[in-house]
Design a protein around this ligand. Structure first.
Ligand SMILES: [Zn+2]
Length: 365
C-alpha cells in the first residue's frame, strides 16, 4: 500500500516537473476478456503488447466470456450477501463510502506515524499546515492520490481531538487541545493581545505552571479573563515524557477504524441523497441482472467508448446500427435497435415512458 501511494505521487511529480527524466513502470493488466502488458514512460503510455487478440461484443466467443464473467460476479455476490447475513448487515455496502473510509485511514496514519517513508514523500511534496495535516493540494489535475485523500481532511478533522502529552506539537492558541476547541475560539479577546500566536503548548508551560505572555500590560477586565482561561486549563498539565496524541471521537478507545468511520454515516450527512443502490441490491432481481445493471449504470461495460478511454485504437461505431459512436447511453438507450427492444418491453407491460438521457437516470426515475 505504501509503495503504491509513493509511486503514484512520484509519477505525478515527474509529469508536472520541468526537468527531464525517465520513469518506467511495467504494468501487467488482466481484464476479463484479455491480458495485456503496457509500458508507461514518464506517465505516458508508449504502447502495449496484447498477449492475444482481445475479445468483445461482435466476436462470437465474447458472449460466452461475458456470461462466464457474470457467473463469477454472481457467485461473488452470493458470498457477499451470505457474509452480510452472518455479520448482521455488513456486506455489500455503499462502495464509495467504504472507499472513502479506507482513504481516511491514510489521514489517520499521517497523524500518528513519525518516520515513515511514505509520509516523508508526502511532506516533501506538499508541505505541512501542522503536524497532523498537509497543505491543501491546489493543483486541479494530476495522478497523485494524495489530492483525493487530502480532500477528506475536513471530515476527518471534525472527528479528531488532541490529548496533550509534552505539548511539543500543538499550538497553544490555534489547535483544539482544550475541550476539543482552540483557545483562539474560546478567548478571542485574549488571542488578539497574545505575544506570539504561533506559540506551542510547551512554550507556555513552566514547572511552576502555565505562563502566558501578552504584548502589553493587561487591563482589569482582561486579568479576569486570564483567570477564567487558567481555570479552564486547570485540569490539564504537561507530561514531558508523553507524546501528544491525536484521538478519534467516534470510537471508545480513540483509535480510528474504517468501520467506525463508515458507520458514523459521515457521508450520508455530507452528501445528501445517495444513489438508491441500497434498495437496488435488496431487490429480488437475479444477482446476474443486478450485476449487469450495475455495470451499465456505472458506465463500466466495455463499450467502445470505454475501450478508447483505456487507450485502445479503434474507429468508434455502434455495433448495432453502425451509424454513430458506441457510447454507453447510445448502446443501452438511444440506438434505434435498442429502442425497438425498449418499445417491445414497454408495450408488453403497457408502460408510458420517456427515455432518459443517461443510463444513470434509469433507476432514479
Ligand atoms: Zn446504434
Amino acid at each position: 500500500m505504501d509503495a503504491a501511494l509513493i509511486a503514484s505521487e512520484c509519477i505525478d511529480s515527474r509529469t508536472k516537473g520541468e526537468t527531464p527524466g525517465i520513469m518506467c513502470k511495467l504494468d501487467i493488466q488482466k481484464a476479463y476478456d484479455h491480458v495485456r502488458f503496457s509500458v508507461l514512460v514518464n506517465g505516458e503510455p508508449v504502447g502495449f503488447f496484447t498477449s492475444e487478440r482481445g475479445l468483445r461484443q461482435g466476436d462470437p466467443l465474447s458472449p460466452f466470456l461475458f456470461i462466464l464473467a457474470m457467473e463469477g460476479f454472481d457467485s461473488m455476490m452470493r458470498i457477499a450477501s451470505q457474509n452480510s447475513k452472518e455479520r448482521g448487515g455488513l456486506g455489500i455496502r455503499n462502495l464509495r463510502s467504504q472507499n472513502e473510509s479506507l482513504l481516511m485511514k491514510w489521514l489517520w496514519r499521517y497523524t500518528g506515524e513519525e518516520r515513515a517513508l511514505w509520509k516523508e514523500v508526502i511532506v516533501a511534496k506538499y508541505g505541512e499546515i501542522n503536524p497532523w495535516c498537509t497543505e491543501n493540494v491546489s493543483e486541479p489535475y494530476g495522478v497523485g492520490v494524495w489530492r483525493t485523500i487530502s480532500n477528506l481532511w475536513p471530515q476527518m478533522e471534525a472527528n479528531l481531538y488532541l490529548k496533550v502529552g509534552n505539548g511539543n506539537k500543538p499550538k497553544f492558541w490555534k489547535d483544539g487541545w482544550v475541550n476539543q476547541t482552540s483557545l483562539k475560539d474560546l478567548f478571542p479577546d485574549l488571542f488578539l493581545i497574545c505575544e506570539n500566536p504561533e506559540d506551542r503548548v510547551c512554550d507556555c508551560w513552566t514547572e511552576q505552571g502555565w505562563n502566558i505572555s501578552f504584548r502589553r500590560m493587561l487591563n482589569d477586565w482582561e486579568i479576569e479573563r486570564v483567570a477564567v482561561l487558567l481555570g479552564t486549563l486547570g485540569g490539564i498539565s504537561i507530561t514531558p515524557t508523553a507524546t501528544d496524541r491525536v484521538l478519534w471521537k467516534l470510537s471508545t478507545d480513540g483509535v480510528f477504524s474504517v468501520k467506525s468511520a463508515y458507520n458514523s454515516g459521515l457521508y450520508e450527512m455530507t452528501r445528501g441523497t445517495q444513489y438508491p443502490w441500497r434498495y437496488f441490491w435488496k431487490s429480488v432481481m437475479p444477482a446476474k441482472v443486478k450485476g449487469f445493471t450495475w455495470l451499465v449504470i456505472r458506465r463500466a461495460c466495455l463499450t467502445q467508448e470505454v475501450l478508447q478511454k483505456k487507450g485502445r485504437q479503434l474507429v468508434p461505431r455502434c455495433f448495432l446500427c453502425n451509424i454513430t459512436g458506441e457510447t454507453n447511453k447510445h448502446l443501452f438507450l438511444h440506438c434505434k435497435f435498442t429502442t425497438q427492444l425498449w418499445n417491445l418491453f414497454l408495450n408488453i407491460t403497457s408502460t408510458s415512458w420517456t427515455m432518459p438521457e443517461h443510463t444513470s437516470d434509469l433507476l432514479s426515475c
